[in-house]
Design a protein around this ligand. Sequence first.
Ligand SMILES: O=c1[nH]cnc2c1ncn2[C@H]1C[C@H](O)[C@@H](CO)O1
Length: 364
Amino acid sequence: MAHNSTNNKQIFNKARVELHLHLDGAIKPETILYFGKKRGIRLPADTVEGLMSYIGYDEPRSLTRFLELFNYYMPAIAGDREALKRIAYELVQMKAREGIIYFEARYSPHLFANSNVIPIPWNQNPGDLTPDEVVHLINQGFQEGEKDFKIKARSILCCMRHMPEWSAEVVRLCKKYHNEGVVGIDLAGDESLNCGTKSGHCKAYEEAFKSGIHRTVHAGEVGPPSVVKEAVDVLKAERIGHGYHTIEDPCLYKRLLKLNIHFEVCPWSSYLTGACDPDLTKHPSIRFREDEANYSLNSDDPLIFKSTLNKDYYVASKYMGFTEDDFIKVNLNAASSCFLPDKEKEELLSTLYDAYGMVQSTVC
Ligand SMILES: O=c1[nH]cnc2c1ncn2[C@H]1C[C@H](O)[C@@H](CO)O1
């Protein structure tokens, strides 16, 4: 199936909400080149086109091979204070241009640090940028972006599947920076290599639950329904990142529908990571729509997928028959399941109802 990204006409020209977006997968290539040059860090190419020929791609490969692409460019960004603030600020700008009024971006504080992190990622030399300061800098970048671009940005901090030793610090940072824009915890990384959830993650999620920190987990993206079950039953996830394979366990799926668990669906990502059948007309989101599941549409890692959120809407419209009403529903779902405090969530929902010309029901 050919999916030429040049013929993506604008779909759904109305206010949108995005819940599943990786900050480190949404950096401008120009910014990577700028910091690579400034810091004397070797990159595979020194032009945008050259760089994108290494880190961007158009045809399915495995999740494992997709994740390897971060190695090409993260060394240019990690460990640099100015770079972190800038990528956060630029993400707000990018998302405002896409018509998004509220987004939640996620990242691993450890993968941007070069101090207080073992092992130090991306072959960096030891430095003095801790995961704690990483979060503070990114919060600042988001806050400056919010002021300039008049949209709302919040963050979710990621535990990484292969690094359960980091998870206690992740939940500590979620608590510490709760008032600075951090709204939740996630568990990301390669589900295909490591399906069992390690005790470090379990403890962190238990602490998150006790402390009222919102919880999402990457599960059932390429892994089996059992990973989703564990995410909900053990980690007490309120949202599932991707979750496509849930539908292979009808009993579990039915239960999650009843529990109103939110599925953060990323259509174009699921094509490129081989998470789903490459025939997008068979995508699980069609089932989610038919069953009136609670799900949203998201872009995941637009740098690597050479996309914007519009690509995901385009794919949903072209191959899955999504209509304007479906897109409205998906955005209302996203707002209802976002990790904002109740009052701000209500405001977001009201803004969407206004934008869609709908009257908000006051009847429960
Ligand atoms: O689609 C994904 N599935 C699992 N992990 C992912 C995906 N996209 C990005 N990541 C990982 C790589 C990033 O470094 C990390 C934190 O954003 O999350």
